[in-house]
Design a protein around this ligand. Structure first.
Ligand code: HEM
Length: 455
């Protein structure tokens, strides 16, 4: 039986540290274990005790609920990500809840396909397509995007400020965290002829359809939205009206390794992934970053005033509580991992979130220590050939967002009862769906130093 440390405190307040991870698991990996359903509210609310227990007791564990092999240790996950020939990315975007025929029909009517493009592409076309993406998000582009991020953050926070002043409170998830990355992405990629609210709705529907556990009725609704999104992308790619310098224009100019132009389906598949990955995940990160910062005594005023505090806090949140909690791979052949013999075609679920709390890599993983020496050794953005090309943008946006919020809303605090907000709980995505704040009065930005550096 896998058993969690039930005395472990809630996330952010720390779980009981374990010693070094146990040796390779040789048994128990297929038996019906005590691990709850991965979509269970209890697991989503506080997965830490379970992630710790898995890592120690069954680091490569077959989950009967999803049919996936859960891989929990930092070193095993790294090994998988750095060996793309043995561990293929082909299943990265498969629907975790099977799609019934009626849903497949809706998608087929919209011409929906997801050929290998980026995250799900282990073929020779991947490096070239990836280069198209990285050109839009390299260090230079991200640095020059800072004023854009600051401007949009300021605009959104002015509205939030006004709402707090008139009604006494507001939700920083919907008004700020979720909206900011979408607006930024639209500017950086030259996305036109669609409004941000629609793009966010399409993106959220896609995440829920492919990574969620929706009911059959809900699947039908989601498929309609995803189909709409796909049709809009297809038109944008086919129409030849993409703005010069836009991401779509760059894809239409792209040539495959054999010199042929990129087909429409693959260009649409690349856009589908980037338009979702580029906004939803960052919105989720900002939500967690804000929520955790507001529950950490003394942090909010320090973020507003001290250089580097926002960046370090974002990094610790990425380690301890990343928005992309898991990622998938599939074995190309029979292979051994963590002492377990896996057949060819085994579907792996890499527990990225738990790996950030692996005591083999991070001392006192339960503590938020924004100045730990190996702060960037987490796997929140993956590693190797498919490592997230948006990492620099996501980090920058989250730090700018946190600092801007702490400066524009100096006196806010979480509304009573908002410490445990409703959570987004998909197979691979987790974040607070609400950051409800109130202002007890106009508090000036303090000037005296507060709080310890390491929290
Ligand atoms: C906090 C925000 C984000 C997190 C936690 C995150 C995480 C990840 C992870 C775990 C992967 C898979 C890595 C692997 O397979 O090794 C990935 C891939 C990817 N991400 Fe992100 N991501 C974030 C933001 C972004 C942004 C802002 C963009 C684009 C602007 C983006 C674009 C991509 C793309 C295109 C891939 C596929 C890369 C490839 O296959 O070569 N992501 N991301």
């Amino acid at each position: 039986m896998i058993s969690p440390d039930l005395d472990a405190p809630a996330p952010g307040r720390g779980t009981a540290p374990h010693g070094p991870a146990a040796g390779p698991a040789t048994l128990g990996n297929r038996e019906p274990l005590g691990l709850p359903d991965l979509f269970d509210d209890g697991f989503i609310g506080n997965p830490y005790p379970w992630l710790d227990a898995l890592r120690v007791q069954a680091p490569v564990h077959h989950d009967p609920g999803t049919g996936l092999w859960l891989v929990s240790r930092h070193r095993d996950i790294r090994r998988v990500l750095l060996d793309p020939d043995r561990f293929l990315p082909d299943n990265a975007q498969h629907a975790v809840t099977p799609l019934p025929v009626a849903v497949l029909r809706i998608l087929a009517r919209a011409g929906f396909t997801l050929p290998p493009a980026l995250a799900n592409n282990g073929t020779a076309s991947h490096p070239g397509l990836r280069r198209v993406v990285t050109r839009f998000f390299n260090a230079h582009r991200v640095a020059s995007a800072v004023p854009v991020i600051e401007r949009i953050a300021d605009e959104l926070l002015s509205v939030a400020r006004a709402r707090i002043d008139t009604t006494g409170g507001c939700d920083l998830f919907t008004s700020f965290a979720q909206a900011l990355p979408c607006r930024v992405l639209m500017e950086l990629l030259g996305i036109r002829h669609v409004d941000a609210a629609t793009l966010m709705r399409w993106s959220d529907a896609s995440l829920e359809l492919f990574w969620g556990r929706p009911t059959p009725q809900r699947q039908l609704e989601l498929a309609e939205r995803v189909g709409e999104f796909h049709q809009w992308l297809t038109q944008a790619v086919r129409g030849g009206t993409a703005a010069p310098g836009s991401f779509i224009a760059a894809l239409t100019r792209h040539r495959l390794p054999d010199g042929k132009p990129l087909d429409v389906e693959t260009a649409v598949g690349a856009c589908f992934f980037v338009f979702i990955a580029g906004q939803s995940t960052t919105g989720q990160l900002i939500s967690t970053v804000l929520h955790r910062a507001l529950t950490e005594p003394g942090l909010w005023p320090r973020v507003a005033r001290e250089a580097g505090v926002a960046e370090a806090w974002v990094e610790e949140v990425l380690r301890r509580e990343p928005p992309v909690t898991t990622w998938r791979r599939v074995t190309a052949c029979t292979t051994e991992l963590g002492g377990v013999q896996l057949p060819a075609g085994a579907q792996l679920l890499l527990m990225l979130m738990g790996s950030g709390s692996d005591p083999e890599v991070f001392a006192h993983p339960e503590r938020m220590c924004p100045h730990r020496p190996n702060i960037r050794h987490h796997l929140a953005f993956g590693t190797g050939r498919h490592r997230c090309p948006g990492a620099s943008l996501a980090r920058t946006e989250a730090a700018v967002a946190l600092r801007a919020a702490a400066r524009r809303l100096p006196g806010v605090r979480l509304t009573a009862g908002a410490e445990e907000p409703p959570m987004l709980g998909l197979l691979s995505f987790r974040a607070p769906l609400q950051v409800a704040v109130e202002s007890p009065g106009d508090a000036p930005v303090p000037t005296a130093a507060v709080g310890p550096r390491s929290t």
